[in-house]
Design a protein around this ligand. Structure first.
Ligand code: KIV
Ligand code: ZN
Length: 508
């Protein structure tokens, strides 16, 4: 008989707590739809009580995303649980995930409560959550630094109160594989009613052991793992979904357990998470880094050509990694593009998005000999906007060099009106940004600017991510732009953040 471990994805909640990774509702919805395609079992869509924006995002995901169970996090109090219940109410399958800290340092110093009070709150919260949904998860936060006997008491009490999943978080990434195996085994042995629930684990990566700890817990009997795409999350992040899933698949001989994940969606999901959060994936990241399937040393290349399994333990096709051979060129038509996009998992693009992607594809094919799958991912990401293009770049002209002051002339369009200005800067990007700032007349601060190439070669596109602080709304907003000309990609990223700021100012 097959055994399955449930994949509980928390990219939209814990992942979004990565420093600098905040996502708007449209972006969360887009990622949630991709998580549904990836076939995760549960999507933790956010922390409904934490802000109106989070509530809205959880609620929209609950309304629009079909397939996985939709969960919201809630502290162990009435207000949070009611907000979570309201936000997830449209989902056909819904879960409330409530938590309270249980370790000595958290209970005494953070909560300033007694152990009895914490246990009472945990039980009351689970009972309250049960009034809204049958599916209730409880987490004793910082479980791995909690007194074992107290952990047994609280876990047993919340199960009696109706919890259906008990999650054991390694909140600060402190445990080790051996120790975590023993902890899960200990709970299985000592909690009298443990067989009534699914045991879940939630590991942070502070010591780089999150994946190993999660796998170890599965060996001890955990049947749900909480994880994020690319290992996004608080501080050093959470266990990476792609690592856990591919470890279980590749070493099925050892673990003898499956997941329901469609692994061919891993690469696309990982790229989307990176593009939306602006957090690039390190080249040598396991499974999804661009070096993960590349062979540099001659002896390795020779081995792989003779027999792939000499140096490859996984097939790149299994994670949906594009071949990046010649994919499309300037003679390819709309049908070729649509076919390739649907092979990459973009089947249901809106007609206007498809039109824009086709236009940019043609322009790109004129500049580059080969348009690769990576280029297509980037084109789709930059064209499927989550907000309207309020300011549109009509013209950008830059003069720069080692003997002149960099100067940019910019022409923008808003509601049919053309605005034009020019500025000098300490480089061409700075000059372009200053000219745009003169037009929009809002004080901004560029907090972060990152550029990387999409794919390889001198003619590769540049992808720029910026983080811009706007004085009018007090918000810091991420913008993304791609182009073969890096100054244009930079201007597009800056305008993307400006448009998001203007759009959310109007709708909020
Ligand atoms: O790390 C943690 O303990 C958490 C809980 C809320 C599950 O994120
Ligand atoms: Zn966490």
């Amino acid at each position: 008989m097959f055994e399955f471990v449930k994949i509980f994805d928390t990219t939209l909640r814990d992942g979004e707590q990565s420093p600098g990774a905040s996502l708007n509702t449209g972006e969360k919805l887009k990622l949630a739809k991709q998580l549904a395609k990836l076939k995760v079992d549960i999507i933790e869509a956010g922390f409904a009580a934490s802000s109106p924006g989070d509530f809205d995002a959880v609620n929209k995901v609950a309304k629009e995303v079909k397939g996985p169970i939709i969960a919201s996090l809630a502290r162990a109090n009435e207000k949070d649980i009611k907000a979570a219940a309201d936000a997830i109410s449209p989902a056909s399958r819904k879960r409330i995930h409530t938590f309270i800290a249980t370790s000595p340092v958290h209970v005494k110093k953070k909560l300033r409560m007694s152990y009895e009070e914490v246990l009472k709150k945990a039980v009351e919260s689970v009972k309250l959550a049960k009034e809204y949904t049958e599916d209730v998860e409880f987490s004793p936060e910082d479980a791995t630094r909690t007194e074992r006997s107290y952990l047994v008491d609280i876990v047993s009490a919340v199960i009696d109160a109706g919890a259906t999943t008990v999650n054991i978080p390694d909140t600060v990434g402190y445990t080790t594989p051996q120790e975590f195996f023993e902890l899960i085994s200990f709970l299985k042995k000592n909690v009298n009613n443990i067989d009534n629930v699914v045991i879940s684990v939630h590991c942070h990566n502070d010591l780089g052991m999150a994946t190993a700890n999660s796998l170890s817990a599965i060996l001890a009997g955990a049947r749900q793992v909480e994880c994020t795409l690319n290992g996004l999350g608080e501080r050093a992040g959470n266990a990476a979904l792609e690592e856990i899933v591919m470890a279980l698949k590749t070493r099925h001989d050892f673990f003898d357990i499956d997941t329901k994940i469609d692994t061919k969606q891993i690469y696309g999901s990982s790229r989307l998470a990176s593009q939306l959060t602006g957090i690039f994936i390190q080249r040598n990241k396991a499974i999804v880094g661009i070096n993960a399937f590349a062979h540099e040393a001659g002896i390795h290349q020779d081995g792989v050509i003779k027999e792939r399994t000499t140096y490859e333990i996984m097939k790149s096709e299994d994670i949906g990694l594009p071949g990046n051979k010649l994919i499309l060129g300037k003679h390819s038509g709309r049908r070729g593009l649509v076919n390739r996009l649907s092979e990459l998992g973009f089947e249901n693009l809106k007609p206007e998005t498809l039109e824009n992607v086709f236009g940019r594809f043609k322009a790109l094919a004129d500049k580059k000999k080969e348009v690769t799958d990576d280029d297509l991912y980037a084109l789709v990401a930059s064209q499927s906007r989550t907000v309207p293009e309020i300011f549109k770049l009509v013209k950008l002209q830059v003069v720069s060099g080692n003997s002149s002051m960099p100067t940019a002339t910019v022409r923008l369009q808003r509601n049919g009106t053309i605005f034009m200005d020019a500025a000098q800067g300490n480089g061409p990007v700075d000059a372009a940004y200053k000219a745009i700032e003169r037009i929009i007349q809002i004080k901004v601060k560029l907090e972060d600017y990152q550029i990387k190439s999409v794919g390889e070669g001198k003619d590769a596109m540049g992808m720029v991510h910026v983080r811009v602080h706007f004085s009018d709304t007090g918000k810091t907003i991420l913008g993304m732009g791609t182009h073969t000309d890096v100054i244009q990609a930079s201007a597009a990223a800056f305008l993307d953040s400006i448009n998001k700021n203007l759009f959310f100012k109007d709708v909020e």
